[in-house]
Design a protein around this ligand. Structure first.
Ligand SMILES: *[C@@H]1O[C@H](CO)[C@@H](O)[C@H](O)[C@H]1NC(C)=O
Ligand SMILES: *[C@@H]1O[C@H](CO)[C@@H](O)[C@H](O)[C@H]1NC(C)=O
Ligand SMILES: *[C@@H]1O[C@H](CO)[C@@H](O)[C@H](O)[C@H]1NC(C)=O
Length: 305
C-alpha cells in the first residue's frame, strides 16, 4: 500500500490529556450539538412542500379508495355485464390524470386514458340529460332502470359528488383546497373532467334523447350550464333525430318557465340549427308521479295519482 501520509497509525496522534471515557463523552456531546443545530436550520431552509391554497374544497378524504370501491360496486354489483373491466387500471388512470400536475393547467387530454378504459355503450334512446334538476333526474333514472344519466354511467358514477386535485410540486393529492372554477381557474381537474365526460356522453348518444329541466328557477335553460354549453353542441344530428325536453315544476312551487317561454325557444332554435327535432312537455307525467310520491297531499297531485 502506498504511503499517502494519512495512514491511521500516523493520523492518530495522542491528543490532550483526556481519558478515553471523556473523549467518547465529548464526541457524543459534539454530535448531539451538531444535530440539534443543523436539523432545524436545514428544515428552515427546506420546508416540507406546502400546497398552494385555493378557494374550492380540497380533495374528498379517501378519494382513491372511494373511486376504486365505486368502480367495483358498479362493475360487479350494479351492472355485472361490465365485470370484465379492470378497476385497478381505471383507478390508476384516474389518479394519473391529475397527480403531480398544476391544477390550473388541466386538459381533456389528461383524461384520455381514463375515457378509453371506461368506454361504455348504452342502447339508443336511453340517454337522459339534466340541468338544475339533479335530484329529480336521478330519481327518474333510478325508477327507469333502462335509462341513463351521465352519473348512471361508470365514469360519472365513480366521480359523482367528489372533489379532487393535485399539485405539480407533490405526488400527493391536495386535501386542503382545490381551485374554484370561477374564483381560481376553469381549467381545474374536476371541471375539465366533467366537460370531457359530458362531451363524450353526448357524442355517444343515439336515438331519441331526453332532458329534464327545472321550470321553477329563472335559468331553466342556461347556455352556461354543462347541458347548454357542452352537451347540446356535441349531439350528432345523424344519430340523434329528436331531443325531448321535460320542463318540471316543484310541487306547489313557482312556474318561472314553461315550454312556451322564450328561454326554451332559444334551446329549440339551437337544436333546429343543428337539424335536431325538439319537443317539449310541461310536468311530464312519469316524472310528476315521482314528485307526488313525497307530496301526495298537494292538490296538484290529485289528478296525477
Ligand atoms: C368504444 O366502444 C365502441 C363499441 O363498443 C367502439 O366502437 C369505440 O371505438 C370505442 N371507443 C374507444 C375510444 O375506445
Ligand atoms: C329546481 O331548483 C331548485 C333550486 O336549486 C331546487 O330546490 C328544486 O328541487 C329544483 N326543482 C326541480 C324540479 O328539479
Ligand atoms: C356565461 O359565463 C360567462 C363567463 O363566466 C359570462 O360572461 C356570461 O355572462 C354568462 N352568460 C350567461 C347567459 O349567463
Amino acid at each position: 500500500m502506498p504511503n499517502d501520509g494519512f495512514s491511521p497509525e500516523e493520523g492518530e496522534k495522542p491528543c490532550c490529556n483526556l481519558s478515553k471515557k471523556a473523549k467518547v463523552g465529548l464526541g457524543i456531546f459534539i454530535c448531539v450539538l451538531v444535530v440539534a443545530t443543523v436539523i432545524p436550520v436545514v428544515l428552515k431552509w427546506y420546508p416540507a412542500p406546502k400546497h398552494k391554497e385555493w378557494n374550492g374544497p380540497g380533495t374528498t378524504p379517501h378519494f382513491p379508495e372511494i373511486v376504486l370501491g365505486r368502480c367495483y360496486t358498479y362493475t360487479q354489483v350494479l351492472r355485472p355485464e361490465l365485470r370484465h373491466m379492470d378497476c385497478q387500471e381505471i383507478a390508476k388512470a384516474f389518479m394519473r390524470a391529475f397527480l403531480s400536475k398544476d391544477p390550473c393547467s388541466s386538459a381533456e387530454q389528461d383524461y384520455q386514458q381514463l375515457l378509453r378504459l371506461t368506454n361504455q355503450t348504452i342502447p339508443c334512446g336511453t340517454s337522459v340529460f339534466w340541468s338544475k334538476s339533479n335530484e329529480l333526474a336521478h330519481q327518474y333514472t333510478k325508477v327507469q332502470w333502462a335509462m341513463f344519466t351521465l352519473e348512471d354511467m361508470l365514469v360519472g358514477y365513480m366521480a359523482d359528488n367528489l372533489d379532487w386535485c393535485g399539485d405539480h410540486s407533490s405526488s400527493d393529492m391536495n386535501y386542503e383546497s382545490c381551485p374554484h372554477w370561477r374564483k381560481d381557474c376553469t381549467t381545474n381537474p374536476k371541471s375539465v373532467f366533467w366537460d370531457a365526460v359530458s362531451r363524450r356522453f353526448a357524442e355517444n348518444a343515439c336515438g331519441v334523447v331526453q332532458v329534464v329541466l327545472n321550470g321553477s328557477i329563472s335559468n331553466t335553460f342556461d347556455r352556461n350550464s354543462t347541458f347548454g354549453r357542452v352537451e347540446i353542441h356535441n349531439l350528432y344530428p345523424g344519430k340523434v333525430p329528436t331531443l325531448q325536453a321535460w320542463v318540471m315544476h316543484d310541487v306547489g312551487g313557482v312556474h318561472r318557465h314553461s315550454c312556451s317561454s322564450p328561454d326554451i325557444n332559444d334551446l329549440k332554435l339551437i337544436l333546429r340549427n343543428r337539424n335536431i327535432r325538439f319537443t317539449c312537455q310541461d310536468d311530464y307525467r312519469p316524472i310528476k308521479f315521482l314528485q307526488c310520491v313525497t307530496n301526495s297531499e298537494h292538490s296538484s297531485c290529485n289528478s296525477v295519482m
